[in-house]
Design a protein around this ligand. Structure first.
Ligand code: HEM
Length: 139
C-alpha cells in the first residue's frame, strides 16, 4: 500500500483514539457516574470507526516493521509498547460488547465495565509512553 495512505490511516486512528479518550474519561472527570447523552452517543459512534482503523493500522504496522523484535530499526521497547497497546484493545472491546448482550448474566455487567475502564486507562498510559519515547528519539 502507498505510504501516504498508511500514514493517513494511522493519523485517522490516532484522532479516533483521542475522541474515544475524551468522550470516555471527560464525563467521569466532570463528575458523571456513567456515560450518557451526547458523550455516550459520540463514544459509541466513533467506537466502530476506531476499531476498524485499529485493525487495519495494526496489520499495516506489522507489515512495515515485521512481527519479530530483531528485524527492525525501531527499538524493541517501542515495539513492545505497541504490542501491549494492541493486546489491551482485545479485552477493552470484548468486555464492553459482552456487557451489552445477553450471553452473560446481568451480575457480570459491572465487572465487564470495570475491565473496560481499566484497560482504557492502560491503553492511554501506553499511548502516552509511546508518544513520549518517539518524541525523545526524534529530538
Ligand atoms: C470497541 C471500542 C469501544 C466501545 C464499543 C466502547 C463502548 C463504551 C460504552 C457503551 C460505554 C458506556 C458503558 C456504560 O456506562 O454502561 C463505555 C464507557 C467507557 N469507555 Fe468505551 N468503548 C470503546 C473503546 C474505548 C476506548 C478505546 C477508550 C479509551 C481509551 C474507552 C474509554 C471508556 C471509558 C473511560 C468509559 C467509562 C467507564 C466507566 O463508566 O467506568 N472506551 N465505552
Amino acid at each position: 500500500m502507498d505510504k501516504r495512505y498508511q500514514t493517513l490511516i494511522m493519523k485517522m486512528g490516532f484522532v479516533a483514539f483521542v475522541i474515544m479518550v475524551i468522550t470516555g474519561f471527560l464525563p467521569l472527570i466532570m463528575g458523571e457516574k456513567v456515560l450518557s447523552g451526547w458523550w455516550m452517543i459520540s463514544h459509541a459512534t466513533v467506537a466502530p470507526i476506531f476499531s476498524i482503523l485499529m485493525a487495519i493500522g495494526a496489520l499495516l504496522w506489522v507489515k512495515s516493521t515485521g512481527n519479530g523484535f530483531k528485524d527492525t530499526d525501531k527499538s524493541k521497547c517501542t515495539k513492545k509498547i505497541v504490542w501491549v497497546f494492541l493486546i489491551l484493545f482485545i479485552p477493552n472491546a470484548l468486555s464492553i460488547l459482552f456487557s451489552m448482550n445477553t450471553w452473560f448474566p446481568s451480575a457480570t455487567q459491572q465487572p465487564f465495565l470495570s475491565v473496560h475502564f481499566y484497560t482504557a486507562i492502560g491503553m492511554l498510559l501506553f499511548a502516552i509512553l509511546y508518544l513520549n519515547i518517539s518524541r525523545k528519539k526524534n529530538n
